[in-house]
Design a protein around this ligand. Structure first.
Ligand code: HEM
Length: 464
């Protein structure tokens, strides 16, 4: 539509607010600035309805960070900002997340074919890695996702299945007609209700167990990551001011136990497909750009020597590897995980001479902007160096690539996700050369989050 009508497009869907989509980064700046103090998203309405109607009144009318807006959203958000986004509190989890990356690779080694190909369901393996990582931060425990031979009915496998289903069903409920809001429940809505409530049952059990072990002071599962045949307990206390994230949240004034459970639930739902897909896209780009991969390997070797079997990664190690942050930014530019920014205007706004009335949903089309030559020279190329402070490939518009969004409502898991991806890349590239054993170009399935839509034909060969 943008190639037909230009960078500003108005769409009207019955039963939903008018949408104005833009691929102009100045517009995104204007919208983000205008909504800075009351950033409302018009999304996850179906999730809110499901939560409002959950049997047993589990959510007590408060549907959590993902679907809520206004005062109710800020009541929760203002209290979770520090424990989830402060570098200090996230980096305390680094040794555990690092251990997960090492365990993941030990597990992977056992799944590689004779010619070093990853299994067909490599994305499924990445989901397990991502759930294990976010489970450690949210629930203070291992979910056992990386056990040696996981049965298909293992709770963590079921959780992953339900999370995938939730995203698929939300995609259909939110992007289709919103008839489910008024009368009969559509098929998609019923799928969402089913997968959400099944996921809730599994996750609530884990949340209760973790809470109970915190209360008794016995934390038998804390930081325990299964490593092949044995178990490795990572010492040290994680979280904000020495407390774990869960502990901090439970002790925060103004958050009820049910609020905390909802936050943890949202972290699990939002923290699996996103990070796993991002890891897949990043490994793909590195495999397709061997000179960039070699450069990162060389920098990792310089920083860590042959520390592969030694101590765990430190924040200092990562700080001295700025190239890895450039790699992730560039990967998220080319494959941004979400399609764009989503803000409901609370006041009229003028964009390029058009008056956009309050109540309109303005969508910043990131998939368009981040591959636009106006904003990125050689936009289709993977050039991590463009993110160096000196901007050697030209200036970068600060609103043209916002993979974690911006302002008060930006992704609450940004630092958690970054830390997970950095550790995975370091541990993979220390051990392996990664190639892609297919000529097929990456294709993307666009649902709520962008998903790789080709077989992930990676080959992991031991480095000489
Ligand atoms: C590469 C990985 C990830 C990407 C690209 C990503 C991106 C995003 C984006 C674009 C938003 C919308 C923000 C807005 O509307 O302004 C968001 C929200 C959110 N993300 Fe992430 N995310 C990632 C990983 C995670 C992880 C690991 C977690 C869990 C800890 C998480 C939890 C959340 C939550 C709870 C929200 C809702 C925040 C709110 O509305 O206040 N995300 N994310």
């Amino acid at each position: 539509m943008m190639s037909q009508y230009g960078p500003l497009v108005r769409l009207s869907v019955p039963g939903a607010p008018v949408v104005v989509a833009t691929s102009n980064a100045d517009h995104v700046r204007q919208v983000m600035t205008a909504t800075l103090h009351d950033p409302r998203r018009h999304f996850f309405l179906s999730l809110k309805k499901v939560r409002d109607e959950t049997p047993g009144n589990y959510f007590q009318g408060r549907a959590g960070l993902l679907p809520e807006n206004g005062a109710e959203w800020w009541r929760v958000r203002s209290r979770v900002q520090a424990p989830l986004l402060q570098p200090r509190s996230v980096s305390r989890y680094l040794p555990m997340v690092d251990q997960v990356a090492v365990t993941f690779m030990d597990r992977l080694e056992g799944c590689l074919s004779a010619d070093r190909q990853v299994p067909d369901d490599f994305l499924g393996e990445l989901y397990k890695w991502a759930l294990e990582c976010v489970g450690l931060v949210a629930l203070d425990r291992s979910l056992g996702c990386l056990g040696p031979s996981l049965p298909s009915d293992h709770p963590s496998v079921s959780m992953i299945h339900h999370i995938n289903e939730i995203f698929g069903a939300v995609n259909d409920t939110e992007h289709g007609m919103h008839s489910w809001q008024h009368h009969n429940k559509s098929k998609a809505y019923q799928r969402l209700e089913h997968s959400h409530n099944a996921f809730l049952k599994l996750a609530a059990k884990c949340i209760d167990e973790s809470r109970a072990s915190l209360a008794t002071g016995k934390r038998p599962v804390h930081g325990t990551v299964p490593t092949g045949n044995s178990s490795c307990t990572v010492s040290g206390r994680a979280g904000h001011d020495g407390r774990t994230v869960m502990q901090t949240l439970l002790e925060t004034d103004g958050l009820s136990t049910s609020d905390v459970a909802t936050i943890l639930l949202d972290m699990l739902i939002a923290g699996v497909d996103t990070t796993a897909h991002c890891a897949a896209f990043t490994l793909y780009l590195l495999a397709r750009n061997p000179s960039k991969q070699r450069k990162l390997q060389m920098l990792i070797d310089q920083e860590l020597g042959n520390q592969e079997d030694g101590g765990s990664l430190t924040t200092e190690n990562l700080t001295r590897l700025p190239y890895i942050t450039h790699i992730l930014k560039e990967s998220l530019r080319l494959f941004p995980i979400t399609t764009g920014t989503n803000r409901l205007l609370t006041e009229d706004l003028e964009l390029s001479g058009y008056r956009i009335p309050a109540g309109t949903l303005v969508f910043g089309c990131m998939t368009q902007m981040s591959r636009d030559e106006r904003y990125f020279r050689d936009a289709s190329q993977f050039i991590p160096e463009r993110w160096e402070r000196s901007r050697p490939h030209g200036p970068i518009h600060p609103y043209a690539s916002l993979p974690f969004s911006h302002g008060k409502r930006m992704c609450i898991g940004k630092r958690i996700a970054e830390q997970e991806i950095y550790t995975l890349l370091v541990r993979v590239l220390q051990r392996y050369d990664v190639t892609f054993n297919s000529t097929e170009e990456m294709k993307v399935q666009t649902q709520v989050v962008l998903k790789p839509d080709i077989r992930l034909a990676f080959k992991f060969t031991h480095r000489k």
